[in-house]
Design a binder for this molecule. Structure first.
Ligand code: MN
Length: 459
């Protein structure tokens, strides 16, 4: 008993324990609010159809790990495949209809309990639920008489085919059903809603960020010369899974010049003394992502060149984060980062001439080919338009984005002195736009070079 208490006390305060995780779940009321908002935007005349993510088989009867479709999750939190949500504004017998797997003891013997239509209504706040097998018979009649269908098309061939099938059936209805006049891409409405995070979503994102922070701090402890990239990956996964989360994406554990590969995923190489290690990894908690990158010296000390470039990237990141506040265009952070990076590259002699020229002719892109950030939420690269009417979108409170400038000097870049080659650095944090500025969710992983060296010296 004593031990259990001690263990509990050792857990960092930032990170919620298991019961707290359950308390973080999005409430039924909030899911209902989202559906209601979406229906109001679509109008009385509309029907909105969203399908669950398809379960994909890897081979024989082994499936790939299942992850619910983010849009489908956003509108109900229903976790199973083989489901379609129909929102029918103004429908007298209930506006929210779910088609899902019916309970089946024979199937459940192998795959565990499914939720079923009864619990879909009782526990997930659906007005009505029907077995997915019956959708072709039931749904066309529900669509009949409505003018517009909002859905995703051109994404899932299977859903596209189903949709056309429902329209055919609608035509064949007794007396000849009228097919809706318009098909509207659902993304514009739905993804705009998803861009603004609610208080409950921000709580989840803070928790997701706290898990990623803990994972990065743990990884830093084991990343020493002589070990392998996958051993560091294992440490990250240990913490992430141990907190009830999953990785938000395959972690990037890139030693030395591997860091110059933007989406490096092999994670197989040995870690060499004198090299940097770039880790880009995040957690996904209850479907909400975090995304952190740090770059540190495996032997505990940045070399002169590594530190020089590191200081430039860090200055770029700080300048970019400064631009994250209401009323600023989304790309202000990128422009600020590019300015600092270009100045640094010129000062260090990696680029000839001055920063203005390097920005104007895009020559800085040889070392920084990426954008400085992306929306973050249910998806790591979350939905939402970056530009409105051709202009960079203005930031508003409760939007969440990453800020991740970097410098990557290719190992075979003969335009720079050899000592710079093969250095790749990225520093990435998750930032919420607040009413008067921003909140960095992932600041607890040190990014100051001295602070990182001190942490490494203590291991
Ligand atoms: Mn990112």
């Amino acid at each position: 008993m004593h031990r259990a208490r001690e263990a509990r006390q050792r857990q960092p305060a930032l990170i919620p324990t298991a019961p707290a995780l359950a308390a973080l779940a999005i409430s039924r009321e909030e899911f209902a609010r989202r559906r209601h908002q979406l229906m109001q935007m679509a109008g009385e005349d509309a029907v909105l159809l969203v399908a669950a993510a398809t379960e994909r088989m890897r081979n024989a009867d082994a499936a790939w790990p299942y992850r619910q479709d983010s849009d489908f999750h956003y509108l109900g939190g229903f976790p199973e495949p083989d489901a379609v949500l129909a929102l029918l504004p103004g429908r007298r017998h209930g506006e929210v209809v779910l088609f899902c797997r019916e309970r089946d003891p024979a199937r459940e013997r192998w795959h565990g309990q499914s939720i079923g239509t009864e619990r879909a209504v009782a526990e997930y706040g659906m007005d009505d639920a029907f077995p997915i097998e019956d959708i072709d018979d039931i749904l066309p009649g529900m669509i009949e008489g409505r003018g517009r269908v909002y859905c995703h098309f051109g994404r899932e061939p299977e859903f596209d085919a189903q949709l056309l099938g429902w329209m055919r059936r609608l035509r064949q209805l007794r007396g000849g059903g009228v097919v809706p006049k318009e098909f509207v891409a659902l993304g514009h409405l739905l993804h705009d809603l998803r861009l603004y995070k609610s208080r409950a979503e921000l709580k989840l994102m803070r928790a997701s960020a706290a898990i990623a922070v803990e994972a990065h701090l743990a990884a830093l402890q084991v990343a020493t010369p002589g070990r392998h990239e996958y051993e560091v990956e294992a440490e990250l996964l240990r913490v992430i899974r141990g907190r009830g989360a999953v990785p938000a994406f395959p972690p990037i554990i890139a030693g030395g010049a591997n860091a110059c590969v933007m989406h490096y995923q092999a994670n197989r190489a040995p870690l060499n003394t004198g090299d940097l290690l770039l880790i880009d990894a995040g957690a996904e908690l209850d479907c909400y992502a975090s995304d952190i990158s740090r770059t540190f010296p495996l032997n505990g000390r940045y070399s002169r060149e590594q530190r020089a470039l590191y200081e430039v990237v860090l200055a770029a990141q700080l300048a970019a984060i400064d631009e994250v506040r209401p009323g600023q265009p989304f790309n202000a952070a990128h422009l600020a980062a590019v300015r600092v990076l270009a100045e640094g590259l010129c000062q260090l002699g990696l680029l000839k001439g001055d920063a203005d020229a390097a920005i104007a002719d895009g020559s800085y892109q040889r070392f920084f080919p990426a954008k400085t950030g992306h929306w973050l939420g249910l998806d790591v690269h979350d939905v939402g338009d970056y530009r409105l009417d051709g202009e960079s979108r203005l930031l508003e409170p409760d939007m969440v984005l990453t800020v991740e400038p970097g410098l990557y000097v290719a190992p075979d870049d003969r335009t720079v002195a050899e000592r710079w080659r093969g250095i790749g650095i990225r520093i990435e944090d998750d930032v919420v736009v607040t009413r008067d500025g921003n909140e960095v969710l992932t600041a607890a992983v040190p990014r100051d070079a001295d602070e990182i060296e001190a942490l490494l010296a203590a291991r």
